[in-house]
Design a protein. Structure first.
Length: 360
């Protein structure tokens, strides 16, 4: 997840080549969606010859490419639509930082999309977008794992503004879907942190610190991608190329606010993780101190008992009555029981003394 792939050191810039193996970079699927206020058409494109041209006919065209396993397709894409080779290189060399780069005839947007897989594990992939007037090209790493189904559903149903505005609004809608899918992940993370907090307070275990480190790494990854996506939204708000309309900029402000809200959540949860880590260490330290205190008290109780037992154990007289310095009660029939009673009295007295001092 979130692996950065580098081209070979010294490689020529703007060289189109996928940096993944064929199994990691599946053969792309290309879908074209054309729509306006009156309707929409959705179809699959089998070969580059079927790619639609730029057309100023009032329709919005969305070319959605999933998979990076066909370099020839991307070369044809760049030649047909005049996409800059450096931007195409960044689209194939996944792991880029979210950014917005303006070119002569298009805007190049990189975003990092996070989502939950069927095993409820957090995954991520890069989404590259080429935005022109009434035309949007998106390039994704994987097939069938994006978070754009709500956007597709709005296009098919004609709900909202999506079929009334241009490709810049479609670009906003996709960015907004990417950003909003961070909220469920943060909600799950917040619930997990609450469970860890209860566990730390009741029964701190080594597994707690492992979970906290894993959640901390997740927050670092989210911060790494959401922070620059906030800058992307801000750059689109201040775009001067004319590709982003004033109507869309109003919606982009809302997306920008969402990124700020997510950053607030991330920073808050990072503080919670740090606090729980300190709480765990304090709980473990207090537990250790409790154990050491009990052991110390037990040692203090047995010290005088050991002294008495040792003293009697080294002074037995086998010649009955011949030694005047025998210990008291050595030759009495109940001397052993008397010694045990004295030792018990000493132990009980120490326990009462320790309780009075609140050491127990």
């Amino acid at each position: 997840m979130f692996n950065k792939r580098y081209s070979a050191p010294g490689a020529a810039p703007a060289t189109l080549a996928t940096l993944t193996s064929p199994s990691e970079a599946p053969k792309p699927t290309v879908r074209l969606v054309e729509y306006d206020t009156s309707g929409f058409v959705e179809k699959t494109i089998a070969n580059p010859a079927e790619l639609p041209p730029f057309a100023d006919d009032g329709k919005v065209r969305w070319l959605d490419i999933e998979g990076l396993g066909d370099v020839a397709l991307f070369q044809a894409l760049g030649e047909k639509y005049g996409l800059h080779p450096l931007a195409l290189e960044d689209a194939l060399h996944v792991g880029q930082r979210p950014k917005l780069e303006p070119y002569d005839n298009h805007l190049f947007v990189v975003a990092q999309m996070v989502y939950r897989n069927p095993e409820n594990e957090m995954c991520g992939e890069q989404v590259s977008m080429f935005l022109t007037r009434n035309f949007l090209i998106t390039i994704q790493e994987e097939i069938g794992t994006d978070v754009f189904d709500p956007v597709r559903a709005r296009i098919r149903a004609g709900r909202g503004y999506i079929r009334k505005l241009g490709a810049d609004y479609l670009c906003y809608a996709l960015l907004d879907s990417i950003i909003d899918h961070c909220f469920p992940i943060l909600e799950d993370l917040g619930e997990a942190l609450e469970e860890i907090e209860d566990e730390v307070l009741e029964r701190p275990q080594v597994s707690c610190i492992a979970k906290l480190h894993r959640h901390k790494r997740t927050l670092m990854q989210l911060r790494r991608f959401v922070w620059p996506e906030r800058d992307v939204c801000n750059a689109l708000l201040h775009d001067e190329s004319g590709i982003v309309s004033k109507q869309t900029k109003v919606f982009l402000r809302d997306a920008y606010d969402h990124t700020v809200q997510i950053m607030d959540f991330i920073e808050s949860y990072r503080d919670v993780v740090s606090g729980l880590t300190e709480m765990y260490l304090s709980a473990v330290g207090m537990r250790t101190n409790e154990i050491l205190r009990v052991l110390t008290v037990m040692s203090a109780i047995f010290i005088p008992l050991t002294f008495v037992a040792g003293l009697y154990g080294m002074n037995f007289d086998y010649a009955d009555g011949k030694m005047p310095w025998n210990l008291p009660e050595l030759h009495q029939p109940h001397g052993y029981l008397g010694c045990i009673a004295i030792m018990a009295t000493i132990a009980i007295g120490q326990v009462l003394f320790f309780k009075r001092k609140k050491w127990l």
